[in-house]
Design a protein around this ligand. Structure first.
Ligand code: AMP
Ligand code: MG
Length: 413
């Protein structure tokens, strides 16, 4: 038996970030930047007004007040988009719009609300500080600044910044393409009602969806019976098309567990019992000319899902270039007692809630229901996995428990 950490280390030491590609900026949404981007421009690119109002010299309005308003001539109108370089002299004002370039000589903007809004002359009833409502060039980004680093996942906010500094195309890590192969004579395709002794291939859809939830590309090839030849030809036909393979079923100790049998002859595959519950039988290795990572997950649905979260998801994130640690553990207080197996890490399916108290919000954790590795009902109800260390055999109400969130935490009322 090996530890969860040993199995995970073997995986993350083996898989590699995929070679980068070029994409148009908008097409790069959800991808991870595979370069540092340095700005060649200043943002703002020019000194501009933060308000609709009047560009002035603050000194001209030093004594302006409600009781003693100051009148200035309005010598020009400057709209956003104006490309003319203007110069303002002492004693003048220019009407200016938000984002329009400040005239040289002006050092402040009086918002239109503090004036009579005049177009020939303007009456100003308040003084203004030097620099007020003026955005200096380069205040946000300076030319030469690194604006986004290698390894950053691109969402709307990052795309906006890259666009603003003039980026049209970016180098990104491609999204891993993953094939999911379900094995088992008992399996029938989703959308069919199972007969006696039959089981719907829910793992196929679950794992495909799990891959997609990580923003990777998933293909399903349906279910393959427990037939060594069929399995081998299916996996071989996929190796040229994908960056990773996930199989489920056929890796335990049963008489027809042929995934293990077929792949055991491949030198780079390893099959181990991992000290965890659920998910004990695990296999991992690389296959084919391009050394495609292959994850052979157990067939029990909960085991397959837990194995995906614990072993496959970190590998896919790494392949996709997501270098930053993303899964933040949440510590929560056990709401009730439960038992855990000795010598194995328990990944319990739990409901994580946030409860308001006088001392601020507290996270609590309760079992989501039946904990069998076949129990899809409680799996679907859960929003986290509680991670109970191998040496802990009982959790008591009030204990602090580490959890891997799988979905947003529920707000208890
Ligand atoms: P195995 O790992 O092949 O021994 O399968 C263990 C259990 O998981 C059996 O009860 C199978 O029926 C069930 N199972 C295996 N594969 C799937 C699947 N693709 N979808 C749903 N259940 C499955
Ligand atoms: Mg099976």
């Amino acid at each position: 038996m090996i530890t969860v950490q040993e199995h995970l280390s073997r995986i993350v030491d083996t898989v590699q970030r995929l070679p980068s590609i070029h994409l148009d900026l908008l097409d790069a949404q959800g991808y991870v930047l595979a370069q540092d981007v340095t700005s060649e421009v200043f943002l703002p690119g020019f000194r501009n007004s933060a308000m609709d109002g009047y560009a002035v010299l603050a000194a001209d309005l030093m004594d302006a007040s409600d009781a003693a308003p100051v009148t200035l001539p309005v010598v020009h109108d400057i709209a956003a988009g104006s490309t003319q370089v203007m110069t303002l002299s002492a004693g003048q004002s220019m009407r200016i719009m938000t984002g329009a370039p400040m005239p040289d000589g002006a050092d402040a903007v009086v918002p239109v609300e503090l004036t009579d809004g005049g177009t020939t002359n303007v009456i100003v009833s308040a003084s203004v500080a030097v620099g007020r409502h003026v955005r200096p060039a380069g205040q946000d980004v300076a030319a030469g600044d690194r604006v986004i680093s290698d390894g950053t996942r691109l969402g709307p906010r990052q795309i906006a910044l890259l666009a603003a500094v003039g980026t049209g195309q970016v180098r990104v890590t491609p999204k891993p393409r993953v094939v999911v192969i379900s094995t088992g004579d008992e399996l029938v395709e989703p959308g069919t009602r199972p007969g006696f002794g039959q089981v719907v291939d829910s793992n196929g859809l679950m794992l495909t969806a799990a891959v997609r939830a990580l923003d990777c590309i998933a293909f399903g090839v349906g279910c393959v019976p427990d037939d060594a030849g069929r399995f081998l030809s299916t996996i071989q036909s996929q190796l040229a098309l994908v960056d990773a393979v996930i199989t489920t079923g056929g890796v335990s100790m049963g008489a027809y567990d042929m995934v293990k049998e077929v792949l055991s002859s491949v030198a780079t595959m390893r099959f181990d019992r991992v000290a965890m519950q659920p998910g004990m039988p695990q296999g991992f290795g690389v296959l084919g000319q391009h050394k495609i990572p292959v994850f052979t997950l157990p067939g029990n649905p909960v085991s397959a899902m837990v194995s995906f979260e614990v072993f496959v998801a970190p590998a896919l994130r790494l392949m996709a270039g997501r270098l930053q640690q993303e899964t933040s553990m949440v510590t929560a207080m056990a709401a009730h007692d439960w038992n855990a197996p000795e010598g194995k890490v328990q990944f319990a399916r739990v409901v994580l809630s946030r409860i308001p108290t006088h001392d601020g919000p507290v996270h609590t954790v309760a079992l989501a229901g039946l904990q069998g590795s076949h129990a899809l009902g409680s799996l679907a109800r859960s929003n986290a996995l509680a991670v109970i260390p191998a040496d802990v055999t009982s959790v008591r109400a009030g204990d602090q428990v580490s959890c891997i969130p799988l979905a947003p935490v529920l707000e208890a009322s």
